[in-house]
Ligand binder design. Structure first.
Ligand SMILES: [Zn+2]
Ligand SMILES: [Zn+2]
Length: 390
């Protein structure tokens, strides 16, 4: 059975919803319009109970099947990114410097499509919770939902997540047992020197030269401190210091991230960033202030739940279009907090490379509407297979 016919029937509706979300993106924990629309649509579909204001802007829809039974959760994320869109599309963002550049507009729409079908057909026994999570991009909304009692208020056997992936061909699913996305940190380093005249460097402590050495030094942590067979990343994502060509500034600020899977590597990366930044700054007579925050834990799939997810994907896409994901990605995802608390799995759905070959988080990226019924059919099939009506 390929895409569910009834879901294919409302492909046009889903495309319109998706483009409307795209035009009105909202940053994490501020998804007010998005979450109100989600709740309104769920009510209009006849979803049995719609809980709003969960983890600020989160929404949970409760769908009961035609008989009693088990319960599962299906999760989509709703947040946009602080990126200036450059797609030039007719439905491009109307909000400056805010963009659905990760396809969460599509994720929200696919789960809405599944909810509409499930509410209409009820071809399952038990309960399906459709979870619309806020603030995946940096806000850790997944953790807030767990902390606010997601699994106590909505008891479920398993929970599932999905992300579109442009580098996978359109409509191809990729599954993976165990780690699928990395743990991550965000850190700020402020190098404090002594400002002065650019022509009198001996009277100053130049924080720009110190920062340059720190950037280079940080790259030795992965190369020289982490066991080569292990995986880790240290990236400096921004550096700001000074305003004029003839002034040595007082300080330089850098921001960055580290990524890892093994807890031991996570500890080494944090210790390394602190040691290298502090030590280099001191050796130049400057000082480094470091604010290092571990943000997301690694996303680790349960093998049994993953096999069930892959089986549902095969039903929708066919054997040949469901493939193992050979390597995890060093991206990070706060569905990790749900998977740490509950058995479940996170699957990738290919979107194809699209115009401009833009990956997620690129200003020219756009979600591929062709996969809306594929993703919605996957959710619906997963619910029907895990909670069989007879
Ligand atoms: Zn993202
Ligand atoms: Zn994303």
């Amino acid at each position: 059975m390929p895409i569910i016919n009834r879901i294919a029937d409302f492909h046009d509706d889903m495309t319109a919803w998706r483009r409307d979300f795209h035009e009105h993106p909202e940053i994490g924990f501020a998804e007010h319009r998005t979450s109100a629309l989600v709740a309104d649509r769920l009510r209009a579909f006849g979803v049995d109970e719609v809980v709003t204001g969960f983890a600020k802007t989160g929404v949970v829809g409760v769908l009961h099947g035609r008989a009693r039974g088990d319960a599962i959760g299906l999760r989509a994320d709703m947040a946009a990114l602080p990126i200036q869109e450059e797609t030039g599309l007719p439905y491009a963002t109307k909000t400056p410097a805010t963009m659905h550049a990760c396809g969460h507009d599509g994720h929200t729409t696919m789960l809405l499509g599944a909810a509409r079908y499930l509410a209409e057909t009820r071809n399952f026994a038990g309960t399906v919770y459709v979870i619309f999570q806020p603030a995946e991009e940096n806000g850790g909304g997944g953790q807030v939902m767990v902390d606010e009692g997601l699994f106590e208020k909505f008891p479920m056997r398993m929970v599932f997540g999905m992300h579109n992936w442009p580098i996978l061909p359109e409509g191809v699913f990729a599954w993976r047992h165990g780690p699928v996305m990395a743990a991550c940190s965000a850190f700020d380093i402020t190098v404090i020197g002594k400002g002065g005249h650019a022509a009198q460097p001996h009277t100053a402590v130049d924080p720009i030269v110190v920062a340059a050495h720190i950037v280079t030094g940080l790259q030795t942590i992965v190369a020289r401190n982490i066991e080569p067979a292990e995986t880790g990343v240290v990236t400096i994502g921004s550096i700001q210091g000074g305003h004029a060509h003839n002034v040595i500034p007082e300080s330089v600020r850098m921001t960055g991230t580290t990524r890892w899977f093994s807890p031991a590597v996570g500890d080494l990366l944090e210790a390394g960033v602190r040691r290298v930044a502090t030590g280099i700054a001191e050796s130049f007579g400057a000082r480094a202030e470091i604010d290092y925050r571990r943000t997301y834990i690694a996303t680790v799939n349960d093998p049994d739940a993953t096999d069930l997810a892959a089986a549902a994907a095969r039903t929708v896409a066919g054997e040949a279009r469901v493939v193992p994901m050979l390597k995890p990605t060093m991206g990070a995802e706060d569905f990790s907090f749900m998977l740490a608390a509950k058995q479940g799995s996170y699957i990738m759905l290919g979107g194809g490379r699209g115009p401009g070959d833009a990956m997620v988080h690129h200003p020219k990226y756009d979600f591929n509407d062709a996969i809306l019924p594929v993703g919605a059919s996957y959710w619906a099939t997963l619910a029907e297979q895990l909670l069989p009506a007879s």
